[in-house]
Design a protein. Sequence first.
Length: 96
Amino acid sequence: TASCEKLTAILLAPQFVKDVEKISPVYHTSTLEGFHSLIIRFTPKSQVFSFKGMRFRLQIAAMHYNENAARSHATTATGELRYAVVYPKYKRGDYT
């Protein structure tokens, strides 16, 4: 039908396909960035560790990440999702 052909043309348009790729979680790097920040917490660059110490700290960071990566979102007693709002320090607690 004509409506099916129009829908197919829209869904197969190159720009639409690119947009879908951008919202796909496969192309997001936030989990990798989260893991890298966790590594920095366990192995700060300002300190020197032996090879064994660095290896163990990286393994602990990996275990910590794997334990918390699939954790469900925090909720209140009524079941609503909890959020933490963080304001920039330079605004001294203000948001405008």
